[in-house]
Ligand binder design. Structure first.
Ligand code: ADP
Ligand code: MG
Length: 253
C-alpha cells in the first residue's frame, strides 16, 4: 500500500516547476520534502492531489493510477492534504472548519441529511465527538468557537491539519504545517505527526526546520529548481555538500 510518483513533470507555460520527480510513500512512513522556495514542493503536492495536471509521468495510489482523475476522487482513495496558505471562510468557527473535513467520509447522503434521518443524526454526534478529540490532540480546544478570521496563522495551519486528519486519510500531505508555530507547539505537532504514522498513515511532509525532519522522517527528498537533488536519510542529506551549498546557501538558513 503506497503512493507512487514516477518521473512526474509539471510545467506552467514553459516554466518547468517539477522535472521527473519520483517517490514512494508507504503507509506508516514519514517522508520529508525539502528545498528552497520555488523548488517545486507545493507543485509536487498539487500534482499528487490533482490540483495541477502533470505533463508527463505517473501517479499511483494503492494500485490505482490517478492520472487525469479529479481531486475529489483522489480524496476518496484516502488522500488528504493541507495548503501552505490555508483559505477558510473567516466567519466560520474552528469547529465548523474541522467538521468540513468529515464530509468526504460521510456515509449518509445529502437527502438523508436534509430529512434528518436517525443515521445522519447519529453520525453527526460521532463527528462532533471525534472533532472534539482532534481539537484536543492539536491543542485547539480553547479555540473551538473562535472564528477562523481571528486566529493567528500558526493556529490556522493547525486547523488545516485537524481538517485533513478528520477525513481519516491513509495518506496525508502536510505543506509547511509548523511554520509560524512556537517551539512547544512544534513539538506537539511533531508528536501528533508521529502518532499518525504509528496508526498507519503515510505522511508526506514539507518542512524547512531540519531538526524537525531529523526527528521525524525516515527518508528525505531534496528538490532544487524542480528536480530531485538528493534522496536519503536525514543524516545522509545533512552530510552532503550539495545540500549545504544549495539549500542552506540559497535560503540563508
Ligand atoms: P515551493 O513550494 O517549493 O516553494 P512551488 O511548487 O510553489 O515551490 O513553485 C515552483 C515553481 O512553479 C515556482 O517557480 C513557481 O513560481 C511556479 N508555480 C507554482 N504554481 C504556479 C502556477 N499555478 N502558475 C504558474 N507558475 C507556478
Ligand atoms: Mg510551497
Amino acid at each position: 500500500m503506497s503512493v507512487q510518483v514516477h518521473e512526474v513533470t509539471v510545467d506552467f507555460g514553459g516554466i518547468v516547476a517539477l522535472s521527473k520527480v519520483s517517490l514512494k510513500l508507504e503507509r506508516g512512513q514519514i517522508l520529508a520534502v525539502i528545498g528552497p522556495n520555488g523548488s517545486g514542493k507545493s507543485t509536487l503536492f498539487n500534482s499528487i492531489t490533482g490540483m495541477v495536471t502533470a505533463a508527463s509521468g505517473k501517479i499511483i495510489v494503492d494500485d490505482t493510477p490517478v492520472d487525469g482523475m479529479q481531486p475529489h476522487r483522489r480524496i476518496a482513495l484516502g488522500l488528504a492534504r493541507t495548503f501552505q496558505t490555508p483559505r477558510f471562510d473567516p466567519h466560520i468557527t474552528v469547529e465548523e472548519a474541522v467538521l468540513c473535513g468529515f464530509y468526504p467520509v460521510s456515509q449518509s447522503g445529502m437527502l438523508s441529511a436534509l430529512l434528518r434521518a436517525p443515521k445522519s443524526a447519529r453520525q453527526e454526534q460521532t463527528f462532533s465527538e471525534r472533532c472534539a478529540e482532534i481539537l484536543q490532540d492539536l491543542r485547539l480546544s480553547e479555540y473551538r468557537h473562535t472564528r477562523m478570521g481571528e486566529l493567528p496563522m500558526g493556529q490556522v495551519r493547525l486547523v488545516e491539519v485537524a481538517r485533513a486528519v478528520a477525513n481519516n486519510p491513509k495518506y496525508i500531505l502536510l505543506d509547511e504545517p509548523a511554520a509560524g508555530l512556537a517551539r512547544d507547539e512544534q513539538a506537539m505537532l511533531s508528536y501528533e505527526v508521529r502518532r499518525l504514522a504509528e496508526k498507519g498513515v503515510g505522511v508526506l511532509l514539507v518542512e524547512h526546520n531540519f531538526n524537525l525532519i531529523r526527528e521525524l522522517a525516515q527518508h528525505v527528498i531534496v528538490l532544487n529548481r524542480g528536480a530531485m537533488l538528493l534522496s536519503g536519510s536525514a543524516e545522509d542529506i545533512a552530510r552532503d555538500k550539495s545540500f549545504i551549498d544549495v539549500y542552506l546557501g540559497s535560503s540563508g538558513r
